[in-house]
Ligand binder design. Structure first.
Ligand code: R1P
Ligand code: URA
Length: 290
């Protein structure tokens, strides 16, 4: 099947539409960060940088760390951007841009998010690092793809019942991390749990400045929810989309976050850049031996 110009969109230089990348410019292991400025916070540790580009919020650098070729890309904020980044990275790896057709041999990328997040459990303090064992998506991204076989429907239904989830919102979807990557990164001093991915930073994460939220008890309900001994630990805005699309496309994904806020204790890190740097340094050493 040939992909039409309206579906697989290439720029004049044959790069993919939003990311502005050519297939040979990405590595098989990709680090995603939300903030474009965080790309260089990662690549400043590299031995060499072979390539840099930026279009909109999507900044990319490919280089080498301890002999391993890595690409670091910023996604900006939200799962709407994750739709673009994951589909375009997959196209770079698995679509032949000359014939505009899907390759016979598909590549599986390692996708590692190094993000920031807010904890909703007392015992997960600011300035800690957390790996997402599962993601619970409050965004609607995955509902636009055929996805039933990937989801933990029993978990989702228990959560909807516990929270009395409004039918006006999209149904939360629950997706697991890649188990191999989860085991590779999990360590004693690193927290793990279920990450809720939200479609906003304020109302959708229960923050109240001037506007009232639809359910003022939502964060308390998230904190008290437990299913098969597992709890929701933290809130951010990309992991569910990364886990869902990676599984659908045959890539391996893990999301690691520096905890900047503790919503239960109403605290925020006094030095957020330090824990983000600590996370980067720790994660790079684990990524180098993947
Ligand atoms: O720091 P990043 O990776 O952007 O992650 C978190 O920070 C942003 C909100 O401040 C959202 O993208 C959220 O997921
Ligand atoms: O509370 C927080 C902190 C960082 N990122 C989020 O999305 N929420």
């Amino acid at each position: 099947m040939t992909l039409a110009p309206s579906e697989l969109i290439l720029n004049k230089d044959r790069s993919i539409y939003h990311l502005h990348l050519l297939p040979e410019q990405i590595a098989d292991t990709i680090i995603t960060v939300g903030d474009p400025d965080r790309v260089e916070s990662v690549t400043k540790h590299f031995d060499t940088i072979e390539f840099s580009t930026q279009k909109r919020e999507f900044k990319t650098q490919t280089g080498s760390f301890k002999g391993k070729r890595l690409t670091v890309i910023s996604t900006g904020i939200g799962t709407d951007n994750i739709d673009i980044v994951l589909n375009e990275l997959d196209a770079l790896a698995n679509i032949d841009f000359e014939t505009r057709s899907i390759k016979k041999e598909l590549i599986s990328l390692n996708i590692i998010r190094l993000g920031t997040s807010g904890s909703i459990q007392q015992q997960i303090p600011v300035d800690s690092i957390l790996i997402s064992k599962k993601a619970l998506g409050f965004d609607a991204l995955l509902h636009f793809y055929k996805n039933e076989s990937l989801r933990d429907l029993a978990f989702e239904n228990a959560f909807v019942e516990h929270t009395n989830w409004s039918p006006e919102k999209s149904k939360p979807y629950c997706i697991s991390a890649n188990q191999e990557l989860f085991k590779h990164f999990k360590e004693e001093n690193i927290f793990s749990g279920i990450t809720a991915t939200n479609i906003g930073f304020y109302g959708p994460q229960g923050r109240k400045l001037r506007l009232k939220t639809q359910d003022t008890q939502m964060n308390k309900k998230l904190e008290s929810f437990s299913y098969s001994g597992e709890s929701i630990t933290n809130l951010e805005m990309e992991t569910s989309g990364i886990y869902g699309l990676s599984l659908l496309l045959g890539h391996k994904a893990i999301s690691i976050n520096a905890i900047l806020a503790n919503r239960t204790k109403e605290t925020f890190s006094k030095n957020p850049s330090k824990i983000v740097e600590d996370m980067i340094v720790w994660a790079l050493d684990r990524i180098a031996i993947l």
